[in-house]
Design a protein around this ligand. Structure first.
Ligand code: NAD
Ligand code: DAU
Length: 355
């Protein structure tokens, strides 16, 4: 049985990856700091699974990471751990530098030191896979071609700047020390278990509570949506057959304006839970824009399709319906994440936006 050290595996995408990996029979050591975004409920299915070893800790804790490597001898480290929300990075950029830059640097160094001492047969199959974002490429205009793997980096938010710095460190560890790294840059994910600070779950939960649906600016900004299960199958494929030192773009070929996405969520809810108070789209409220708001992201994922034979399985409209259904069917999960800290964040982020 193979073993992987997965970081950030209690978050939205990491937990989906961990659940998939366990279905494939991979032993998983899951290192997560359990920030506000980390949630053990995401891993409830693995409560009695001895093939999933959960460790509460920080990727920046070199001693702990060193111990886990020596003890479990993983064949791969898959780094999901990050501060991931752009709006929070505008409020508190230092937290993003701490985990996304310094944490990744510390993790890379400990892994490199351990990897260098491995016997050749283990060292040659080992991989360090770092999960990154399309936001490192900056913003596109409506008629620009989508981002490719050779698009120059041009990050605009503290979040994307911290992710870009981490990507450069990953590349540097491959070039300087020969560490067999892999890098993936993915577009916006959606699906079950996403923390409701992000657009789609925020809109679902606000609509159900008959609260305003806050759309930044005019709602014309475009994102390229990919179902989280598709993202995780792409990661597994890159780990299996990706070329060390290479990067792979991952996307859903599903560009939508934010207004289109929110209107679609509303019409799905109108059908699934009709409200006597009227259509959910009536709650749409245009609010002050996000500072430095990137206009459009779009991913050209032809490289991973050609080189590794991966393509998305979900289509956006049915994936979105299934996602809305998941939030309706999991009121306990929803109640748990709507803690005091979540309510404080909503007050902080939306109070000054004219709502
Ligand atoms: P998330 O915020 O839902 O989860 C992040 C997880 O990392 C949480 O479980 C948190 O507790 C953990 N964590 C944070 N700091 C840590 C630290 N110092 N040490 C250990 N664990 C720590 O994020 P997500 O949406 O699941 O994103 C996962 C990764 O994918 C991130 O690297 C993000 O940049 C990247 N990504 C996200 C998207 C998206 O649309 N959500 C798209 C492309 C790439
Ligand atoms: O592109 C990949 C990135 O996608 C990931 O790297 C990030 O981790 C992830 O958070 C996501 O970033 P975005 O900023 O695109 O996602 P978010 O859900 O925050 O916002 C999506 C769009 O919706 C964006 O244009 C801003 C807008 N928005 C968001 C919120 C929370 C609103 O209009 N209103 C809102 O209340």
């Amino acid at each position: 049985m193979t073993c992987q050290l997965v970081t950030g595996g209690a978050g939205f995408i990491g937990s989906c990856y961990v659940l998939q990996a366990r279905r494939r029979g991979v032993r998983v050591v899951n290192l997560d700091k359990l920030t506000y975004a980390g949630n053990m409920d995401n891993l409830a299915q693995l409560r009695n699974d001895s093939g999933h070893i959960f460790v509460h800790g920080d990727i920046g804790n070199a001693e702990l990471v060193g111990y886990l490597l020596e003890h479990y001898h993983p064949d791969a480290v898959v780094n999901f751990a990050a501060e991931s929300h752009v709006d929070r990075s505008i409020v508190e950029p230092e937290a993003f530098v701490r985990t996304n830059v310094l944490g990744t640097a510390a993790l890379l160094r400990v892994v490199k030191d351990w990897w260098r001492c491995l016997p050749v047969d283990h060292a040659s199959v080992f991989r360090f896979l770092h999960i990154s974002t399309d936001e490192v490429y900056g913003a596109l205009q409506p008629n620009d071609p989508p981002f490719t793997e050779s698009t120059p980096y041009s990050p605009n938010s503290p979040y994307s700047a911290s992710k870009a710095a981490a990507d450069h460190l990953v590349h540097a560890f491959h070039e300087t020390y020969g560490l067999p790294t892999l890098l993936t840059n993915c577009s916006n994910n959606y699906g079950p278990r996403q923390f409701p600070e992000k657009l789609i779950p925020l809109m679902i939960l606000n609509a159900l509570a008959r609260k305003p649906l806050p759309i930044y600016g005019k709602g014309a900004n475009i994102r390229d949506w990919l179902h989280v299960e598709d993202h995780c199958t792409a990661i597994a494929r890159v780990l299996e057959a990706g070329q060390p030192g290479c990067k792979y773009n991952i996307g859903g070929r599903a560009e939508r304006t934010n207004l289109e996405v929110v209107r679609t969520v509303c019409s799905i809810l109108d059908e699934m839970v009709p409200s006597p108070q009227g259509e959910y789209a009536g709650l749409i409220t245009f609010v002050t824009d996000r500072p430095g708001h990137d206009f459009r992201y779009a991913i050209d994922c032809s490289c991973i399709a050609a080189a590794l034979g991966w393509k998305p399985q979900y289509d956006f409209d049915s994936g979105l319906r299934e996602t809305v259904r998941w939030y309706l069917d999991n009121p306990d999960w929803v109640e748990h994440v709507r803690s005091g800290a979540y309510r404080q964040w909503l007050a902080l982020n939306y109070a000054g936006r004219g709502m």
